[in-house]
Design a binder for this molecule. Sequence first.
Ligand code: ADP
Ligand code: MG
Length: 604
Amino acid sequence: MKLTLRLAVQTIALLLLLSTPFIASEYYVTLLNYIGLYALVALGLVLLTGIGGLTSFGQAAFVGLGAYTTAYLTTATGLPSWISWASGSAWTTLIVAWAVTSAVAFVLGSLTLRLSGHFLPLGTIAWGLSLYYLFGTSEALGGHTGLTGIPAISIAGFNFDKSNSIFYLIWLFLLSGIWTTANLLDSREGRAIRALKGGMVMASSMGVNTSRSRMVIFLLAALMACTSGWLYAHMQRFVNPTPFGLHIGIEYLFMAVIGGSGYVWGAIVGAALITILKQQLQTTLPSLIGSEGNFEVIVFGVLMIIVLQKARDGLFPALATLFNKVFPKTNSQEKSIDANAAQLAHREMPKAGDVILNATNVTRKFGGLVANNNMNLQVKAAEILALIGPNGAGKSTMFNQVSGVDTPTSGEVVFMGQSIIGKSQEAIAKLGMSRTFQHVKIMPKLSVLENAAIGAHLRGKKGVVASAWRLDRAEEASLLAEAAHQLQRVGLGDYLHAEAGSLALGQQRILEIARALCADPCLLLLDEPAAGLRLKEKQLLAELLIKLRGEGMGILLVEHDMDFVMGLVDRVVVMEFGQKIAEGLPQEIQENPAVLEAYLGGVA
Ligand code: ADP
Ligand code: MG
């Protein structure tokens, strides 16, 4: 009953939108057209900035690229033959505009996406300004006067030359953009994209190619902006550089942030709010203040500060909460686990006792400090090895050397017969190494299930296009089923749909183990897995690790909890001051005088 009401309200809203051109005056239809055009650009920013964490002030330049490409091609005379084929129809110029934008965005992205911190936004300002001046100064593009005489878009002889006809094109593009973006985010690629913000180290250790994911969202955001520009040029029938300047780029960012930069529907909320507010303020403010000027910018600035202070996530989540309260959703929104999903392929495990990880003479210096000095360490298949030592002994540093996060100053690390020195995290993950982190790295807002599923990234293949068009459902079902299976195995089966951030710290550690297992590894690296666990949880963890060992898994753990270590592991390596001071069976280590002196004496 409740669900049907909810659905009914949503359907009515959509029907109302679709019938606007028939029931509303031209003024409102035009307003909605602008909101749609802006929302399309803001949608790209939701993906790029809100979800991917990459701030761009330069989106207006991509809008301009779309607008000018089609304006130039449809109005220029005497085009050379290699391109003249494209000038006949707005639809062919759209394809050219997409190609031009992809090329430009690829080059700009390669140059700027590597920049960290505030250098990236500064970079986007730089190219935002450059493209704007290119539009304004290029004679072929009409300088500051721009280009006129752009034809209307037409399909089979029907011209979209009125605001109440192009309305349908604009909103069709926008709603398909929202649909495909939402699909994309709800997929293997989407998890990789969501992990970009705050989870890069974790994601790359799970085999996600994070530079590729960044480029993907950068290109998609640019293409959405380009499409908006293409529609704009054919709606206005003329273009000049003004709407593609940096200040408009900033307004797009306002829209995305104020609307709700992490939510696809936030793009519409933000675009509507800013567009309507701008119009109102432009008429009322100058008369209030008594002089001409773009005073609305000040109001936007203040609004932005309030939103950043009071509602980081923007207005959409608040509206959505309200809507959900009035029209509650049923649990059908939760991801269902398909018990019949095809099982993912498994790696062939190495033979028990084979050396799978071999670190020899590993030295790591930080300036004058030798954090690891000539360290040797081996892990065999079906063995649990503990690396222990007092604080500052160099355990985490050693962990980073063998996991490929850091590169030794000298020495060699071989995993599954291959040197991993200089190899990417992705390549190392492919070889079968998987890890957890001393300081838990999860995506707190995603469900426990989705967090675990990030671990299975390399076991899927479906890319951006397949995800956006829902051609990935069979594979996605297998990935989620695997994630659910691993979660049940570690004892988190009751929490599949809970927000990962709501778990207790101990459970979050266990979640990390499930995520690591989703990668189907043959070597598991655990950095202090028992920290923060209750006694019962420790026992369950120990049981799990013993079971994994029985299946042929090699396990290296760094641990402080001696009771946990001594009852569980096969061998122990003890470090002090960057060096190995002892190695042997737990029993031998407990009785080793050097170890007692260095470490256990103080702790045990
Ligand atoms: P553990 O994990 O055994 O407590 P670490 O490996 O974290 O020890 O640290 C070993 C030593 O190396 C410490 O003295 C630490 O300060 C130093 N160290 C670790 N990482 C760095 C780094 N990135 N730069 C400089 N010094 C570091
Ligand atoms: Mg440490």
